[in-house]
Design a binder for this molecule. Structure first.
Ligand code: KIV
Ligand code: ZN
Length: 386
């Protein structure tokens, strides 16, 4: 595996599942985990085992069926959480414990009511204890986005000393600008002693709509894992969307960063997660939204019909969408109408098209979107065609 391979850590079943209104049962989680494994993710965060007996059961069931990916369970920096996670992960062929603690002053002062030195000690102890169960231990510094870099570096050093294999740098509140987040990763790469023993991981939230941009800046600056969810689901405004970061890297080969994701499975994966969770994906969602490959204005449709590269930067087949859609509305032009008419069996002359187009516009002003059945009706009721 090259040094430029970016590991994809999927947390749909843990951080994603924290989305209000979502309840997945163990069977549904197992189906999603199986598909994530086939998709090619490197790690699946299956849940937070100590949080409930149901979550414990799900992490255990997923550990038994996942063949390729690392299976991970979340814990706080609390002995019992870690012990329970180790138990839930017992059957995983590649188990990972993900433990950590808040490191920003706001967490230290208000949540833990303690001091920086104590947090470093708790971080060290948690990783050390997790290492007594599994080899692969990921440490998260919650709210790293708002943690002062110099202190964050000291916390990371303690985690590495205790044996952490991955250092997760979450922008928990989605506050960072891409330049700031990228600079944070670069700072850690350059200042943490022993950093060569672990990889840095980006875990970004989308409160300001910057999760994808921040994760990409993170890997450009040296992180080698991205934590993300299908459709970007997650608490509040959600997490980094898996399909977005994967396609950003694929569509920008000069970055020389790749992933192991089978991108043709992305659309199906999105549908599976949305259907199972009962969480609707907005139509304009990048990559997997219903309109991601739909063209409706006349100017765009004309350009698309002549050469799809004019308005599309991704081949829809690359993400599992059969083809782009030329949507007929009152904003569409003659080129789009002729194209759609041809698809349903009418080869219109220029004269016929002028007449059918006038009929089409009055029809389309009444009805928002014109389907294939409407096209037959519009053409058959046009004067010249008859
Ligand atoms: O956003 C966050 O900080 C998290 C950690 C618990 C990893 O989800
Ligand atoms: Zn998170």
């Amino acid at each position: 595996m090259s040094d430029n391979n970016i590991k994809i850590f999927d947390t749909t079943l843990r951080d994603g599942e924290q989305v209000p209104g979502c309840k997945l049962n163990t069977e549904q989680k197992v189906v999603i985990a199986e598909q994530l494994d086939k998709l090619g993710v490197d790690a699946i965060e299956a849940g937070f085992p100590v949080s409930s007996p149901g979550d414990f059961k799900s992490v255990q069931a997923i550990s038994k069926i996942v063949k390729n990916a690392t299976v991970c369970g979340l814990t706080r920096a609390v002995k019992n959480d870690i012990k329970v996670a180790a138990e839930a992960l017992r059957y995983a062929s590649k188990p990972r414990i993900h433990t950590g603690i808040g490191t920003s002053d706001s967490h230290i002062i208000h949540k833990f009511r303690t001091n920086r030195v104590d947090i470093i000690q708790r971080a060290f102890d948690a990783v050390k204890y997790a290492k007594s169960f599994v080899e692969d231990v990921e440490f998260y510094a919650e709210d790293a986005g708002r943690t002062e870099n110099e202190y964050l570096a000291r916390v990371c050093e303690a985690a590495i000393k205790a044996g952490a294999t991955v250092l997760n740098i979450p922008d928990t509140t989605g506050y960072c600008l891409p330049s700031e987040y990228g600079a944070k990763i670069k700072y850690l790469k350059e200042h943490v002693k022993g950093i060569e023993k672990a990889i840095l991981s980006c875990h970004c939230h989308n409160d300001l709509g910057l999760a994808t941009a921040n994760s990409i800046e993170g890997v450009i600056n040296g992180a080698r894992q991205i934590e993300c969810t299908i459709n970007g689901i997650g608490e509040r405004a959600g997490n980094t969307a898996l399909e977005e970061v994967v396609m950003v890297l694929k569509q920008h080969p000069y970055l020389n960063l790749d992933t192991n994701i089978k991108t043709e499975m992305l659309y199906g994966m999105s549908q599976l997660v949305s259907d199972s969770m009962g969480i609707y994906t907005q139509p304009n969602k990048a990559i997997v939204g219903a309109n991601a490959f739909a063209h409706s204005s006349g100017i765009h449709q004309d350009g698309m019909i002549k050469n799809r590269g004019t308005y599309e930067i991704i081949n829809p087949k690359d993400v599992g969408v059969t083809e782009s859609a030329i949507v007929l509305t009152a904003r569409s032009g003659r080129a789009a109408l002729a194209y759609r008419a041809k698809n349903v069996g009418y080869e219109l002359t220029k004269l016929q098209l002028d007449d059918v187009y006038a009929n089409f516009l009055s029809f389309a002003d009444r009805k928002k979107e014109i389907n294939d059945g409407d096209i037959h009706q519009i053409i058959e009721t046009s004067k010249v065609y008859r």
